[in-house]
Design a protein around this ligand. Structure first.
Ligand SMILES: [Mn+2]
Length: 185
């Protein structure tokens, strides 16, 4: 099973388009969105190409099923525009013996999450900064932001059969990679 994981689109149709191009290029089975999808959020500048209804249409037209969680910028009205659930705090996908948990990061975070059966990974966004690290039996993955990175590079993540990668949004170039079995509990 291959996942494309992305976060913090914040209403940018320009970069949502780049993301959907990457979803097709990656031939993923699922697109996982970690929240802050449509609204720019009052703390952020308007991202380039800001157009929430276009972003909603693009996500609804995803060639693969979408799994999404609620970010701190999601409003209740957002669910009426989207054809997949976007209001839950967490989502899980079980891949063989591996537990993959997804959350935005403002409620459930690397510092505050339920116990996870190893091998496990927790994917969060929210900080707009990429992370790929393993600690005490859990992998922590932050795909960074699709539109408003605070670490200088727009990015997303992939997961396939226990292999994580952080990739550049514009061309899919691998920035860093890790294998789940590398982690010593
Ligand atoms: Mn955000």
């Amino acid at each position: 099973m291959k996942l494309v994981i992305a976060s913090d689109i914040h209403g940018s149709a320009l970069f949502a388009k780049q993301l959907m191009d990457r979803v097709s290029a990656e031939q993923a089975d699922r697109l996982v969105l970690l929240g802050d999808l449509l609204y720019h959020g009052p703390r952020n500048p308007l991202p380039p190409g800001y157009h929430p209804t276009e972003v909603a249409a693009m996500l609804n037209a995803s060639p693969v099923p979408v799994v999404a969680v609620r970010g701190n910028c999601e409003a209740e009205v957002d669910q009426t525009l989207l054809d997949f659930p976007c209001m839950d705090t967490t989502a899980q996908i079980i891949d063989g013996n591996r537990t993959l948990m997804f959350s935005h990061g403002h409620v459930v975070s690397p510092e505050n999450h339920p116990a996870l059966p190893s091998p496990a990974a927790l994917f969060t966004g929210h900080t707009h900064k990429k992370i790929l690290e393993g600690r005490k039996g859990v992998w922590y993955v932050n795909p960074g932001s699709v539109s408003l990175p605070k670490d200088g590079i727009r990015s997303y993540a992939t997961y396939e059969d226990g292999v994580f990668a952080l990739k550049q949004l514009k061309d899919g170039e691998v920035l860093v990679q890790a294998i789940m079995t590398d982690l010593e509990a």
